[in-house]
Design a protein around this ligand. Structure first.
Ligand SMILES: Cc1ncc(COP(=O)(O)O)c(C=O)c1O
Length: 481
C-alpha cells in the first residue's frame, strides 16, 4: 500500500479485483443452491461484527475472506430462485459491473460540471422511463432511493405546486385549511409516512374502501371528497395504485383521473411495484389513465431488475421539479459557466445536494439487455405467478386467496384442516418455521383481515421448477409442525 494515500499499488489492486471477481463468479456458479434465508439467530450475526473500532488495517485478502463467510455466504437469497418475500428482484449482472465502475469514478450527480456524463445519463433514463410507461415525453424527474422516496417526492411536489398560492415553501402549512388526500385501503404505508413528513398528517389521509378485486371503490371515493368539502376540508390529491403491494391490484386510473379533473385535484400514481408492467401489451389496457397523472412513482429495484437502491419520480415537466426544490445559494451558483442554461442542475430539481449516479446502472442494463428483453422477463414473472395460482387451485391442500394481474399471489396452506381458526394458526406458524428452515423465503399479509401467505415473483431467474419447489417446501415444513 502507498503510505501517503489509501491506494494500493496497481498490482495489489489488480489481485484484489481478481479475488472479488472470483467471489462474484462463485455466487453465479452456485446460483441453484442459494437458499431463501441462511442464518437463524440475530445474536449470532451480531456477534460476527462485535469488535472495537479497528485502528490498524487488515490484509485485504483476509478481509475478503471474512466478507465471504460473514456477508456473502450468509446473504439473504434475493439473488436466487427461492425468494418470494416482499418485492425483491434478483438484480442483474450488468448492474453489478455498473456499480463497480460508478464508485470508481465517484461522480457527484448534483451539478452538471461535477458529473457531465452522469447528468445526461440520468436525464436520458428519465426520458426512457417516461417512454416505458407511455407518459409525456416532456417529463422531468429524479432518481431516488426507491418507491417510498419516489412517493414522498411526488407528494411533496404535489403539495408545493398545488398550493403555490399559499407559498408553502416559505410559510409552511400554518394558517391553511387541512388538506385531505385520498387513496384505497390497499395503498402502501409509505404514503402515510410521506404525509406525516410533509406536514399534512395521517389524519388527513382518507383510506377509501376497495371493491372485491381490491381496487379503489370509485363511488366511495367521490362521496368522501364531497363530504370533506362540505365539512370544510381542502381535498387536494388522489393517490392511485398502479399495482398494490399486497396483490398487485390496479386501480381504475382513468376514473381517478376523471375525479381529479372534476374536483381540480392532483393525481399521484404509485407505480413502484406495477408501473413498468404497464409497458406490456398484455396489460396496457389495465393501466389506461396512467398517462394523465401529475406525478408517478416508479421503482427500478423492482421490475427493472436493478440491485438496491434505485427508484424514480416522474412529473409532467422539469419546471415542476425546480419550482418545488430550488433554493439559491451563493456557493452553488454556476450561471457564469459556459452554456449554463443548457446544463440541468439536479440539486435545483431535487432535495438532495450530494447524490450518486443511480441512473447509470439502469442505463447500462437497458442498453445491455434491451427493453424488449426486460419486458419478456416481466411477462415471464407474471406467467410464473399464473403457474403458481394454477398449482394452488389444482391442489387439495392449498387454497387461493388472491388472483391479480401482476406477479403476486396470496394463498393459505390448509393440509387436511377445515376449521378456519386452525388454518389461520397453521399459516401463522408456517412463517417462522419456513424462515428457520431457510430453503424458501416467503412472507405473509392480511387480506380483508385474513392472514395469508404472500408470494411475489419478480426475479428473471425463476422457473416452473422453482415454483413447484416452493409449494413442496411449504408442505414439507408444515408436515414437521
Ligand atoms: C406499491 C408499492 N409502493 C411503494 C413501495 C415502497 O418501495 P421501496 O421499498 O422501494 O421504498 C412498495 C414496495 O414494495 C410497493 O410495492
Amino acid at each position: 500500500m502507498n503510505n501517503n494515500t489509501l491506494d494500493f499499488s496497481n498490482e495489489e489492486f489488480a489481485n484484489i479485483l481478481q479475488k472479488v471477481s472470483a467471489m462474484v463468479l462463485d455466487k453465479y456458479e452456485h446460483l441453484d443452491e442459494i437458499k431463501g434465508f441462511n442464518v437463524s439467530s440475530q445474536e449470532e450475526v451480531e456477534g460476527w461484527f462485535n469488535e472495537p473500532l479497528p485502528r490498524t488495517g487488515k490484509d485485504s485478502f483476509e478481509l475478503l475472506d471474512e466478507v465471504k463467510t460473514k456477508v456473502f455466504d450468509s446473504a439473504t437469497g434475493n439473488l436466487g430462485k427461492n425468494m418470494y418475500a416482499y418485492v425483491m428482484s434478483g438484480g442483474n449482472q450488468i448492474s453489478t459491473v455498473a456499480e463497480l465502475l460508478l464508485s470508481t469514478v465517484n461522480q457527484n450527480n448534483t451539478k452538471w460540471h461535477l458529473a457531465p456524463a452522469m447528468t445526461e445519463i440520468e436525464k436520458r433514463v428519465i426520458k426512457w422511463a417516461a417512454e416505458m410507461i407511455d407518459y409525456t415525453s416532456e417529463a422531468g424527474g429524479a432518481m431516488v432511493s426507491g418507491g417510498s422516496e419516489a412517493n414522498l417526492a411526488g407528494l411533496t411536489v404535489a403539495r408545493n405546486i398545488f398550493f403555490k398560492k399559499f407559498d408553502i415553501k416559505r410559510k409552511g402549512l400554518f394558517g391553511v385549511k387541512p388538506f385531505t388526500v385520498y387513496c384505497s385501503t390497499e395503498t402502501h404505508n409509505c404514503v402515510d409516512k410521506s404525509l406525516s413528513l410533509i406536514g399534512i398528517g395521517t389524519d388527513h389521509l382518507r383510506r377509501v374502501k376497495t371493491q372485491n378485486d381490491l381496487t379503489i371503490d370509485v363511488e366511495a371515493l367521490e362521496n368522501q371528497i364531497k363530504a370533506d368539502i362540505e365539512q370544510g376540508f381542502q381535498p387536494f390529491c388522489i393517490v392511485g395504485n398502479a399495482g398494490t403491494v399486497n396483490t398487485g391490484a390496479i386501480d381504475d386510473l382513468n376514473a381517478l383521473a376523471d375525479i381529479a379533473q372534476k374536483y381540480h385535484l392532483w393525481l399521484h400514481i404509485d407505480g413502484a411495484y406495477g408501473g413498468l408492467a404497464s409497458s406490456l401489451p398484455s396489460l396496457k389496457a389495465k393501466y389506461a389513465g396512467l398517462e394523465r397523472a401529475d406525478s408517478v412513482a416508479l421503482d427500478f429495484h423492482k421490475w427493472l431488475y436493478q440491485p438496491f437502491e434505485i427508484g424514480c419520480v416522474l412529473v409532467r415537466n422539469w419546471r415542476i421539479m425546480r419550482d418545488t426544490y430550488y433554493k439559491e445559494a451563493d456557493y452553488l451558483a454556476t450561471e457564469l459557466q459556459e452554456n449554463a442554461n443548457a446544463r440541468l442542475e439536479f440539486n435545483e430539481h431535487y432535495f438532495q445536494l450530494s447524490r450518486n449516479a443511480k441512473a447509470f446502472k439502469a442505463w447500462m442494463s437497458v442498453k445491455a439487455y434491451g427493453f424488449d428483453r426486460i419486458q419478456q422477463m416481466i411477462q415471464k414473472d407474471i406467467d410464473l405467478t399464473n403457474y403458481l395460482i394454477k398449482l394452488v387451485e389444482e391442489s387439495s391442500d392449498f387454497e387461493l386467496k388472491s388472483k391479480a394481474d401482476l406477479a403476486v399471489a396470496c394463498f393459505r396452506y390448509k393440509g387436511n384442516l377445515t376449521a378456519e381458526e386452525e388454518i389461520t394458526a397453521l399459516n401463522q406458524q408456517l412463517i417462522p418455521a419456513l424462515e428457520a428452515d431457510g430453503r424458501v423465503f416467503i412472507t405473509s399479509t392480511k387480506l380483508n383481515g385474513e392472514f395469508v401467505l404472500r408470494a411475489c415473483i419478480i426475479n428473471h431467474r425463476k422457473t416452473e421448477q422453482s415454483i413447484e419447489y416452493l409449494l413442496d417446501t411449504i408442505r414439507d415444513v408444515a408436515a414437521k409442525l
